[in-house]
Design a protein around this ligand. Structure first.
Ligand SMILES: Cc1ncc(COP(=O)(O)O)c(C=O)c1O
Length: 413
């Protein structure tokens, strides 16, 4: 696949030098490879093979308009997690029917919006939410396509902050109660129960939870059909993990085969909602060193102009992203704690990085930052959101400009 090439003699993104982009746009800065995003979307789509399926890219991983538009042109449908993400998907040209609306706490206003445009399915989280959708539908004299999100009680092997399908997690309806909720929904005037849905976590790196979820949900779907519910699809969510450390990750072909093997005997359409796997490795964060200072223990603090306001994952999950040096320095390696400029001790990018001591102004690149990077960025410490650049066809363009002070204050009086 195309994308980034990292070497001691020079790093490129599809032939373009990220340092040259940084020279023009400043740092911090996100850079994405259009070719890699499309290639990864196509690889997953191809791995799902001939069984009827639809890939609904999960906008929560990265909802920058230019990327959603790119994926839409490649043929992707969308998974939106809020009214805002639905609006972005529409702006990107996604047809309302190609949107599934997920989310653990949808407001009535968001449900009204989703109903008014006619999304492909609302993945309802509870019996109460189905009641609210039914009320909206009957008031409008329409039927709304819904799927029930089921919590299969599967403990996935991932960071505790991003597993969602085990007992005690707030997501969906426990599998033991789902039959009654679905049968009640199937009798409602305003609802068409077209699917069942589950998403048991993100950054999954083994097949166990994927296989257990796929078989539990598929069996459940078959039971519903046997009771006369005219289901159309099984939506098995997202979650396919990527390698942050360079060791082999779960193969997309094995992941896809596990899902298809479970769903194929039913003949139901398979929906998936991948986010991280498609865009994660296709984006990097480029940052400059703003200070270097020795610690008493022989290590150094290397302070960047990017931190948890640009990339929250290390602070939030203890995530370890690989770093590359865009400015080459000779000298023996020292141990560097690479940190951000935010007033929080948790604001780190990578602790214990071994490298020749950098100097102020040197550029570092944080790998695999395409997912849950810019999407989770904030204005904390009144920092402007960084620009985002898409490299496509050997050229690059800004798909989101850097915020200005006026942008930061635009909503205030
Ligand atoms: C319901 C749902 N679908 C899809 C995703 C995307 O997950 P991932 O980026 O791990 O593929 C998430 C993320 O947590 C989610 O909550």
């Amino acid at each position: 696949m195309s994308g980034f090439t990292f070497s001691s003699t020079g790093t490129t993104c599809d032939g373009v030098d990220p340092a040259a982009i940084a020279a023009a746009e400043g740092t911090p800065l996100y850079v994405y490879s259009a070719a890699l995003i499309v290639a990864r979307y196509r690889a997953l789509d191809a791995a799902l093979g001939a069984h009827p399926h639809r890939v609904h890219y999960a906008l929560k991983a990265n909802s920058t308009l230019g990327l959603v538009r790119l994926l839409r042109s490649a043929g992707s449908a969308a998974d939106a997690n809020s009214g805002g993400e639905i609006a972005v998907a529409l702006r990107a040209g996604v047809h309302p029917r190609d949107i599934v609306f997920t989310g653990v706490g949808k407001t009535v206003a968001e449900l009204e919006y989703a109903v008014s445009i006619g999304v492909g399915a609302i993945n309802a989280e509870s019996g109460g939410e189905l009641d609210r959708i039914d009320r909206i539908a009957t008031a409008r004299g329409v039927r709304v396509r819904v799927a029930l999100r089921i919590n299969p009680g599967v403990e996935a092997d991932s960071h505790p902050g991003i597993v969602t399908g085990g007992p005690g997690h707030k997501f969906g309806v426990p599998i033991e109660e789902a039959g009654a909720v679905c049968r009640a929904a199937a009798g409602r005037k305003g609802l068409d129960l077209v699917g069942v849905h589950a998403h048991v976590g993100s950054q999954l790196t083994t097949l166990d939870a994927v296989a257990a979820t796929a078989s539990t949900i598929t069996r459940f779907a078959q039971e519903l059909r046997a009771d006369g519910v005219a289901l159309e699809h099984v939506d098995l969510g997202g979650g396919l993990g990527i390698s942050y450390d360079g060791n082999p990750a779960l193969a997309v072909t094995d992941y896809a085969r596990t899902l298809v093997d479970a769903v194929a005997p039913t003949g139901l359409t398979l929906l998936v909602e991948p986010g991280r796997w498609i865009v994660g490795p296709a984006g990097v964060l480029v940052a400059a060193v703003v200070d270097v200072k020795p610690q008493r223990n022989g290590r150094y603090f290397v302070v960047l102009d990017a931190g948890m306001s640009e990339l929250m994952r290390p602070a939030l999950y203890g995530a370890k992203h690989r770093l590359e040096r865009l400015t080459v320095r000779s000298g023996s390696d020292v141990t560097c704690d690479v940190v951000g400029p935010i007033c929080e001790t948790t604001d780190v990018i990578r602790l214990g990085q071994s490298m020749p001591l950098p100097e102020v102004g040197d550029l570092l690149l944080v790998r695999d930052a395409g997912a849950y990077g810019s999407a989770m960025a904030s204005n904390y410490n009144r920092r402007a959101l960084p620009p985002e650049v898409l490299v496509e066809g050997g050229a690059w363009r800004v798909i989101r400009r850097r915020q200005t002070v006026d942008d930061l204050l635009a909503c205030e009086s």
